[in-house]
Design a protein around this ligand. Structure first.
Ligand code: UGA
Length: 441
């Protein structure tokens, strides 16, 4: 099938390249000319495991091409996915300016049936607005009842996790198709047929809500276990054991019960805000989600408090940060907990060194006065403590004997309980090891 993807941010790029990989002819468009030039040259603008290989392969096979022209994409694609950004406005609402612009451009350039699919995360009822915008922007010759060209709008939310997006695309738990016609359903089923996945067919509003409700529920699970972690610290429980015991109940499940410094990224914070706002506009005060948000903020604050308490004086202490990205296997720094934590420690006069396997170049745009180093051992040199903020697999394999040898004081604050399996070893090496919801060694 000939497919157009508008917007090559995270979602659009992964979707476009993966759709090419399963056999479709894909054209991706973006207003960012620099990004398009890089992509044409086979250069992947994001770090996502496995993505650059399938990008190179599908460029070579001419299954995926890149352009700056929405007109070109609208003319040649039977199906057009809208995957542009929907950032948060100050009030928490999703800013749908890009979505409107794109819908307008599609309408202006349409000359026969098209299926327009919203892939961006948008509030319920956005699909209807896209439909209206396309309708009123159709070329004059197609306006009016008799001459009108037909088109469909559908919602097909994505559930890709950064860091495993290619795997998630190829192995979805479900594919949600929010459609208004049998024709649209048939086309979408055809597109995803090679994946042999479970399809959930709903109306458009339900599909949009499934996306918001799913992300908000996952954020709720995280805040719930973080709240439990706080209690564990007081009563002497171990949040890892509690999560294990809870998670074995099939109705609960173990995933997304990892306590830590809270969720970040480009999705949960923004989507929870947007869902709270959508509820507000519908006349419902979504207090539960507001508290989910508060707990997430508190989680960072209480971690900072723990560090301040144990270091006593933060001023002029050298602190090494292990991991900057909002989660492992990505270079994404958006709403990463490391941002607030580092800035709070800098405000107290700490000297910050940092190491991350992938995120340093993006982190350089965010922080000032941070000394970025090339490996964890140079990081540890002269540090009064290390703070682990992202659970990169390589951190589990570190030689802590060697690290202790170069640190000023052997103290570790583990914001992701990532070194829990090495707790006893750290203790015997003489480390002070602090983690989340597990008491103090
Ligand atoms: C999330 C959803 O998991 C995807 O299904 C969805 O498609 C995506 O948002 C989106 O809307 O585009 P993502 O933001 O890539 O994916 O990352 P997650 O793996 O969900 O992690 C989000 C944050 O929660 C990270 O900061 C992570 O460290 C944190 N987290 C996750 C925890 O603190 N504890 C956990 O148990 C799980």
């Amino acid at each position: 099938m000939k497919i157009g993807i508008i917007g090559v941010g995270y979602v659009g790029l992964v979707t476009g390249i993966c759709l090419a990989e399963i056999g479709h002819d894909v054209t991706c468009v973006d207003i960012d000319t620099d990004k398009i030039t890089r992509l044409k040259n086979g250069e992947c603008p994001i770090y996502e495991p496995g993505l650059d290989e399938i990008l190179a392969k599908n460029i070579k096979k001419k299954k995926v091409t890149f352009t700056n022209s929405i007109k070109e994409v609208t003319k040649k694609s039977e199906v057009i996915f809208i995957a542009v950004g929907t950032p948060s406005k100050k009030c928490g609402d999703a800013d749908l300016t890009y979505v409107e612009n794109v819908a307008r451009e599609i309408g202006r350039n349409m000359d026969s049936y098209r299926l327009i699919v919203e892939k961006s995360t948008v509030p319920a009822a956005t699909g209807k607005r896209i439909e209206h915008t396309i309708e009123i922007n159709l070329p004059k010759k197609y306006q009016g009842k008799s001459k009108k060209i037909e088109f469909d709008v559908a919602s097909n939310p994505e559930f890709l996790r950064e860091g495993s997006a290619v795997y998630d695309f190829m192995n979805p738990d479900r594919i949600v198709l929010g459609v208004q016609s049998k024709r649209a359903e048939k086309i979408l089923r055809e597109i995803y047929k090679p994946l042999n996945a479970k399809m959930v067919v709903t109306n458009m509003n339900s599909a949009e809500l499934i996306k918001h409700a799913s992300n908000s529920f996952l954020a709720t699970k995280i805040s719930f276990i973080n709240a439990v972690a706080q209690i564990c610290d007081y009563v002497g429980g171990d949040v890892l054991e509690v999560a294990e015991g809870m998670g074995l109940d099939k109705r609960i499940g173990r995933s997304f019960l990892d306590a830590g410094v809270g969720y970040g990224g480009s999705c949960f914070p923004k989507d929870v805000d947007a869902f709270v706002r959508l509820a507000e506009k519908s006349g419902y005060d979504f207090k539960l989600l507001k508290e989910v948000r508060n707990i997430n903020e508190d989680q960072k604050l209480s971690f900072i408090k723990l560090i301040e308490d144990k270091l006593w004086i933060v001023k002029n202490k050298t602190i090494g940060i292990l991991g900057l990205s909002f989660k492992p296997n990505t270079d994404d720094m958006r709403s990463a907990p490391s941002i607030d934590i580092i800035k709070a420690l800098q405000a107290e006069g700490a000297k910050i060194k940092a190491y991350d396997p992938q995120a340093v170049s993006k982190a350089k745009d965010i922080f000032s006065n941070v000394a970025f180093v090339k490996d964890p051992y140079s990081l540890a040199k002269g540090c009064d403590c290390l703070i682990l903020l992202t659970e990169w697999a390589e951190f589990k394999e570190l030689n802590f004997k060697k690290i202790k040898g170069v640190m000023n004081h052997a103290t570790i604050f583990d914001g992701r309980n990532h070194l829990s399996s090495r707790k006893e070893e750290l203790k015997s090496l003489g480390y002070e090891y602090y983690s989340i919801g597990r008491g103090i060694v």
